[in-house]
Design a protein. Structure first.
Length: 398
């Protein structure tokens, strides 16, 4: 049985540790580190294979963050955080090596589902300091974390519910979990997560549908789906241009996206102070730093921690300059392409889930910052999707 294997426990403890880190601290992460160490020591080949399959792409930004110690305005902090980012990357890659793609889908659904259920019991609420809007945060201090849990619970449950090998009781539970996940994202008022989960869900459902047609016709259907996606990408900006305000009001947002556009304006201004290299990884949002203090006051945040520019590009631009922002833009498309190529090989139904997952995670980065972050569960899912895609492509499953 899969839950009796050491590899399955590596995957479970790693992802659970990252998901619950914000709520209870790193205690589960310590367990994941111990489990992964035993897994690697039992067979050093496992570690060598994980490193060989991953290649250099997952390490490019973490190593750049580590290099930023040289020019960081907070070198001690940057060193600690960049080392933890490298540790996060390595831990997740070992967990992916230890677990099968389909088993990790179940792990993602189980862990995020538990986080959502606990949050519905706790029902802690967060008040937005800028708008005064009250949102469900559950066991977390940040309502966006709960919104992301709901979105990932939906995607994993949708895949399990639509998969052909799923038995009836599990299918019924998965369908109910889809609804609970979406309702949770709505209660957390996480519009970005809702939109991204709808896009990811459409990709997952479409891919699983394509698997039902004769094999000789599948690639034609995939090409048609890609053309539809290209058309939508072209049409959506026009829709936003002519009906953007009405759509924003419909989801309870204003033209500033509840202050995000103002944050982006200030990010562009502050990035001019260190345009090439930035302030250093995680060296901007530091108590005593005048620009950070200004923004905390501007947005009425008394905690003086746990804030960002709500856009991955701007966050990278401020912390790592144009070198960092361009590095992220260079690294991300090839990682997505690897997963897309996996779906083209048609070696596993799970490929559709991971393609929907990685694209939805990238969509969220337009209004959030999840990737290349220390102990981020969503960065972990991004790495896992890439790892499984690259392994399938290297093995040449056709």
């Amino acid at each position: 049985m899969p839950f009796l294997t050491l590899g399955w426990w590596c995957g479970l403890l790693t992802f659970a540790g990252l998901v619950f880190n914000e709520a209870i601290g790193p205690v589960i992460i310590f367990g994941a580190l111990g489990c992964s160490l035993v897994y690697c020591l039992r067979s050093f080949a496992n570690l060598k294979e994980a490193i060989a399959i991953a290649g250099w792409l997952p390490w490019f930004v973490p190593l750049l963050a580590l290099a930023s110690v040289v020019w960081s305005s907070e070198p001690d902090l940057t060193l600690r955080m960049s080392v933890e980012l490298c540790l996060t990357t390595g831990l997740v890659l070992v967990a992916a090596q230890a677990t099968t793609p389909r088993a990790f889908v179940g792990t993602a659904g189980l862990v995020t589902g538990l986080a959502v259920l606990l949050s519905l019991v706790v029902r802690h609420r967060q008040v937005d300091g800028l708008t005064g809007v009250v949102s469900l945060a559950g066991i977390y201090t940040n309502k966006n974390t709960l919104g992301a849990c709901g979105a990932q619970m939906f995607l994993a449950s949708l895949f399990i519910a639509l998969s052909r090998g799923t038995n009836s009781p599990v299918r019924l539970v998965s369908i109910a979990s889809c609804a609970v996940g979406l309702v949770t994202s709505v209660a957390a008022r996480s519009v970005g997560q809702l939109v991204a989960s709808m896009i990811g869900g459409a990709i997952i459902a479409g891919y699983l549908f394509i698997q039902l047609v004769p094999a000789r016709q599948q690639r034609v259907y995939i090409l048609c789906a890609c053309l539809v996606g290209i058309v939508l990408v072209a049409v959506i900006p026009l829709l936003l241009m002519f009906a953007g305000d009405d759509l924003l009001r419909l989801v309870g947002k204003d033209s500033t996206l509840t202050g995000r556009t103002e944050l982006w304006y200030w990010a562009a201004r502050f990035s001019d102070e260190h345009p090439i290299f930035g302030t250093g990884y995680q060296a901007f949002w530091v108590p005593g730093h005048s620009a950070a203090e200004f923004l905390w006051d501007r947005f009425r945040l008394t905690a003086r921690s746990g804030f960002h520019f709500h856009n991955l590009f701007f966050e990278m631009l401020v912390e790592l300059g144009w070198i960092g922002a361009c590095s992220a833009l260079i690294v991300m498309p090839p990682m997505i392409w690897v997963v897309a190529k996996w779906t083209w090989l048609r070696s596993s139904n799970a490929a559709g889930y991971y393609l929907g997952l990685i694209i939805s995670l990238c969509v969220v980065q337009f209004q959030d910052v999840n990737l290349f972050q220390v102990f981020s569960p969503w960065y972990a899912l991004y790495l896992v999707a890439f790892y499984y895609g690259r392994r399938a492509v290297l093995q040449g499953h056709a």
